[in-house]
Write a protein that binds this ligand. Structure first.
Ligand code: 13P
Ligand code: SF4
Length: 315
């Protein structure tokens, strides 16, 4: 039996713009989205900027082109609005690698510790947290707990970066990792740096230490983009998903960018397989049919809202 192809208009971009207007929908997109999706968005940003945009959303519908935890955060902040996503399977290895029941046990083993959780986590895990952070404010959010024992979850690489920046060697770390950033090759990067000695190396803190050791600048996607645009003539080697190239080239056309090499050069392992599930076709369909939607049970939502709002206040 063959699957029926969905009924799609010839000009998908225009159809999406029309649907956005008709539905009073706000389209939020992360920098790891395909460039044609970024170009249709009302706000393109890193996870902090997108959470901020969701918090102040003046619209009837939110369409989230990103991954599940980002759309969940938007829903937690907007319980009365439908939050639609192009593909419900767009997850995240960090969120998936921290199951709420195991996280509960982990926290229970450290009853005196406060809990600081990276936004790349499920609503249930956020609900068990005192404060949320993103890669752009993780250091500042950690400093908020100076002098107190602290659980940091679920990214061990971000935790190690934060520990170095704050001098806190006592963080109680959930040992998760991002399948995309962990696969940059430190050896490959070393070789590439020798071939491009003047290039600046920009890296996301989700990378392994051996990669971060070679970085001139470590920051969130927004931080990497802003930095790359500061010196238009200088070549940059970028250790994050290459979706960020689109925004850099919009601001600085012709900027020389090289993605840091992966462990396996024959695959596109440093493209987020979850983010890239979202296509223009699926975006059109979710806006047309208002499905799939992201939902968060109300008792979980209420508990998860508190640490998210606190982060937005503090950052
Ligand atoms: P940013 O907060 O830098 O956008 O990072 C989100 C993410 O998922 C990185 O892999
Ligand atoms: Fe999650 Fe990594 Fe994809 Fe970011 S790049 S959404 S951390 S799997």
């Amino acid at each position: 039996m063959s699957m029926q192809a969905p009924d799609l208009p010839d000009d998908l971009e225009q159809a999406i713009l029309d649907l956005k207007r008709e539905r009073r929908a706000l389209l939020l997109a992360h920098y790891y989205q395909e460039s044609e999706v970024q170009d249709l968005a009302d706000v393109v940003g890193d996870s902090l900027a997108l959470a901020r945009a969701a918090q102040g959303a003046d619209c009837d519908v939110i369409a989230f082109a990103g991954v599940h935890f980002m759309a969940e955060t938007a829903k937690i902040l907007n319980p009365d609005k439908p939050v639609v996503v192009p593909d419900l399977d767009a997850g995240c290895s960090l969120a998936d690698g921290c199951p709420p029941d195991e996280f509960e046990k982990f926290c229970a083993e450290h009853p005196d510790a406060a809990v600081l959780t990276y936004i790349n986590s499920s609503a249930e895990v956020k609900a068990r947290s005192d404060l949320i952070c993103t890669s752009s404010n993780a250091v500042k959010m950690t400093e908020h707990f100076a002098g107190r024992p602290l659980v940091f979850a679920p990214d061990r690489h971000l935790a190690r970066f934060v520990a170095k920046q704050t001098g806190r060697d006592d963080l109680i770390v959930w040992p998760g990792a991002c399948v995309v950033h962990e696969l940059f090759s430190a050896q490959g990067l070393e070789k590439l740096r020798m071939q491009h000695p003047d290039a600046e190396v920009l890296a996301h803190p989700e990378c392994d230490q051996a990669v971060l050791d070679q970085a001139d600048f470590i920051a969130s996607t927004t931080g990497i983009i802003d930095r790359a645009c500061q010196e238009p003539e200088r070549e940059a080697i970028v250790a994050t998903e290459d979706g960020v190239f689109h925004e850099i080239w919009k601001r600085v056309p012709g900027k020389k960018l090289i993605q840091a090499p992966g462990m396996d050069e024959s695959c596109e392992c440093n493209r987020c397989p979850f983010m890239r599930l979202n296509t223009l076709e699926k975006l059109y369909l979710c806006l047309r049919d208002l499905t799939p939607q992201v939902d968060v049970p109300e008792p979980v939502r209420v508990r998860a809202l508190r640490p998210i709002e606190k982060m937005l206040e503090l950052s």
